[in-house]
Structures are given as structure tokens and as C-alpha cells.
Design a protein around this ligand. Structure first.
Ligand code: MN
Ligand code: MN
Length: 299
């Protein structure tokens, strides 16, 4: 399996997790069980009244970011802010409060870095981080960190959000290189918990109804990701926890896609995913990895 195969799977995983989870976003596990038994199909609906296979801000902001990276040839904060602003003007189906507030601030100030705030520890920067992981593959840790922060701080300037973004990016990159799940656990997830014990996900009860707080999000994602052994089980596990399910689905989907690769993605999910979104995800994954290869050659 090539790095490009895994990158495509990561991008499709993000979109599929978003589409799957959006049906049950803001529901509790009990409500999901009563209505669906186990929710495991891309049927749309949910509070946003989506079509089957339709995605939300998690995927569309990622595509906007990816487009800005490809236009500039690198991760650039101002280009990302302009891309997100254009995305907001196009009236997306959903938008997070922190994203809206700090994009409105950007419109007034032109500064693509939001003020540092402990209240901005939502998952909005993490959910759209995948294009950064792909574009910076092969760069130094410091360069990857700088790129993570440039995109994240447009809307979320918080230490915990940064820690989560960097951890997930390094996990995705190692998965793209073919590292196994145990490696991701010992070299990335455990060290994150050592630095920021808030993120502890082992030895606690299963996280149900995770909110938009990046800590809740990542605890739910890590429990689902590390305690299952295939793409489908991971996504079903995480979205049936409810809460911010499109976003936990998106993040779990990018990790599981990178780890398990394209053949692990169920055909019915891949084909129900909105066709335009599917093509955009595949095309961006290929182009971003190409950019990473070129950047590595000229570095
Ligand atoms: Mn969403
Ligand atoms: Mn969400």
C-alpha cells in the first residue's frame, strides 16, 4: 500500500465519518440506541436534515484549507483565513461558534491569528487538520508544528487545541508511513497524556455524549480508535457515542483511513458519500502528497 493510497483513505475516512456521524450529532447514546439500534449507515437526516452521504463543516472546511495550501504551495495562515472567510460567506450547512466569532474578528482586523484564549479549546481546528498532515509529510517536527499552529490559530488559539492538533497530525503521518497502531499509541497518544493528563483515555469509563471540547473529543476518538481493529468498527463505535458525532467521526475516520487504507473502507459507505465530495477528497489527497514530495526535494 502506498502513502498516496493511505492519504486518499484518510481523506475519505474524514468525509465518511462526518457524514455518518452527522445523523446522530447532539443525540445521546441512549437516544441513538432507541432510534437506530446501532447507527451504521450513511442515511443523512439528523438536526441538519442532510441528504444521505452529505457532509458538514468538518469536511468542507478541510477542503477549503486544502485548496488554500495547494494554491500557495504551502500552509499559510492568511491564505487559510481568506479561504475560511470565503467558505463562511458561501453559507455552509453548519458552523461552530468559535469559528464564526474568530472569522468575524478576522474580517475586522485582517489578522489571521485569533487572540490566545483558554475558552477556545474546542475541536474546530482539529476537525479540519488533515490537509496539513498531508502537505507537511516529510518536513521537520518544527516545520510541521508551525504549520499546525498557522492553520489552527485562525480560529482556535489554545494550548490544548494545539496539543491535540499536533498529536493527531503526527499520528496520521506515522500511519501514512505504515507504522502500526501500537506505535501510534506509544509514540503519540501516551506522550500527549503524559504532557496533558486531561486527555487520559485509558482507565476511565467509556466517553459517551462527547461535547465540542477538544479533550472530550479526543478521548472518545482514542477510545474508539485504539479499542477496535478495523475501519468500520472504529467509526461505528465512535459515532454511536453521540454528542459531537460528526466531528468525532471525522477525526476517527482520518486516523482509521490512514492506518487501515482504502480497501478497509466499506463499499456502501464509499459509494453513498456525496460524489463531488468523494472526488474532491481523492484529488486533494493526491495533490497534497505530491506537494509534500516536491517540498521534501527542494528542502
Ligand atoms: Mn460538522
Ligand atoms: Mn460537529
Amino acid at each position: 500500500m502506498t502513502t498516496t493510497d493511505r492519504s486518499i483513505a484518510a481523506y475519505l475516512g474524514l468525509a465518511i465519518g462526518d457524514a455518518l456521524g452527522a445523523t446522530v450529532e447532539f443525540m445521546t447514546p441512549r437516544e441513538i440506541a432507541a432510534q437506530y439500534g446501532v447507527h451504521d449507515a450513511l442515511i443523512g437526516g439528523g438536526w441538519l436534515h442532510l441528504k444521505p452521504g452529505q457532509v458538514t463543516d468538518d469536511t468542507t472546511m478541510s477542503l477549503a484549507l486544502g485548496h488554500s495550501i495547494l494554491s500557495c504551495g504551502r500552509v499559510d495562515a492568511l491564505a487559510a483565513a481568506l479561504a475560511f472567510d470565503a467558505w463562511m460567506r458561501a453559507k455552509p450547512v453548519d458552523i461552530g461558534n468559535t469559528v464564526r466569532r474568530n472569522l468575524m474578528l478576522f474580517r475586522r482586523t485582517g489578522n489571521p491569528a485569533a487572540p490566545c484564549s483558554v475558552h477556545d479549546a474546542g475541536n474546530g481546528a482539529l476537525m479540519r487538520i488533515l490537509p496539513v498532515a498531508l502537505a507537511t509529510l516529510g518536513q521537520s517536527h518544527e516545520a510541521v508544528r508551525t504549520a499546525c499552529r498557522a492553520q489552527a490559530h485562525v480560529t482556535h488559539n489554545s494550548e490544548l487545541s494545539d496539543a491535540a492538533c499536533e498529536c493527531v497530525v503526527f499520528m496520521v503521518q506515522d500511519a501514512l508511513r505504515g507504522q502500526d497502531k501500537n506505535h501510534l499509541l506509544h509514540y503519540h497518544a501516551h506522550p500527549l497524556v503524559a504532557r496533558h493528563p486531561e486527555f487520559r483515555f485509558r482507565g476511565i469509563k467509556p466517553v459517551g455524549n462527547p461535547g465540542g471540547y477538544v479533550v472530550d473529543t479526543l478521548q472518545a476518538v482514542f477510545q474508539a480508535f485504539f479499542d477496535t481493529d478495523d475501519f468500520k468498527s472504529c467509526l461505528i463505535d465512535v459515532v454511536n457515542r453521540g454528542g459531537d458525532a460528526d466531528t468525532t467521526g471525522a477525526i476517527a475516520g482520518m486516523l482509521a483511513g490512514a492506518l487501515y487504507g482504502p480497501d478497509a473502507i466499506p463499499c456502501e459507505w464509499r459509494h453513498t458519500l456525496n460524489a463531488d465530495v468523494r472526488h474532491s477528497c481523492e484529488a486533494q489527497a493526491v495533490a497534497l502528497i505530491q506537494l509534500a514530495d516536491e517540498s521534501a526535494k527542494t528542502a
